[in-house]
Design a protein around this ligand. Sequence first.
Ligand SMILES: Cc1ncc(COP(=O)(O)O)c(C=O)c1O
Length: 328
Amino acid sequence: MEKLERIPRIPLAITPTPIEAVPRFSKVLGGPEIYIKRDDNTGLAFGGNKARKLEYLMADAKVKGADVILTEGGLQSNHARMTAAAARKLGMKAVLVLKGKEIKEYQGNLLLDRILDAEIIVVDPDGSLTRREAMLKKAEELKARGMKPYVIPTGGSTGLGALGYVRCAKEIIEQSKVMGVEFDWVVHPIGSGGTQAGLIAGKKLFGGNFKVYGIAADNEDFEPEIKKIGEEIGKLLDLELTISPEEIFLNYDYFGPTYGVPSEAAIEAMKLLARTEGIIVGPVYTGKALAGLIDLIHKGKFKENEKILFVHTGGAPAIFGMDLIDRF
Ligand SMILES: Cc1ncc(COP(=O)(O)O)c(C=O)c1O
């Protein structure tokens, strides 16, 4: 895959991230053997999946001469925090356009955004402009002031960003060979679709035998987005690449009560992994995906003789921005 190597990329993520067996966690569940891909350890101000996407997005920003990066997310956005860190590392400013009523307390990711000295714009969901409109308006203002803004959409989930997870799929295939472990399923959370699209494209391109199973953190139809990102990846790599519906496994049973609010099942999942393996997952994405994995094992969706790789995409800093003490 020569073309992939020719697309500009700035190394920002600490890779390969380790794959860890979690035997004590697996034993409690009494089902398949579970492994965890530690993408929470990618670096860039506390790690997470966005580091891999930002390698390509920030390289593009640099090629285009950008001096300020704009992106959008929720108030506790991991993507925004990591984008701010990447911008700083490359000597650029960051503007984060975050959806919310008001900032009551700078904690969790918001505190990290402050430490990184990102400019924060809060967009009221009931206001006249959408988050995206507010971001594009700000980009125009910056341009008028002679700056060179570069806009990264939600979650960095474009074909270019998703190339980070094409590389991750290759990494998983290589690690699996060295470990002598064939994964049947790669399970991960979904927030905007880039991770899933990249993993599916990558496993097709590099000959992985695993199926990619996404557990949604929000009630949005991610399938069209995943297909679209797949096409964009194909164009970037000069390939006919189609992600077909049979390759997309999306589960919407675990995002409740609503996006961003930790479910009781997520809290239980966080406790179980922490108390059996000493690994902390986040309350918004990884905790809910892990709750889904646990429940699906209990329901027999994943079989005892199968091997599962759970991608820990990060997000733990959000726990410090929530009042969770009574729930543990
Ligand atoms: C910690 C974490 N995990 C998973 C995701 C979802 O990944 P994607 O946006 O590629 O679907 C996000 C962001 O949206 C995230 O912050």
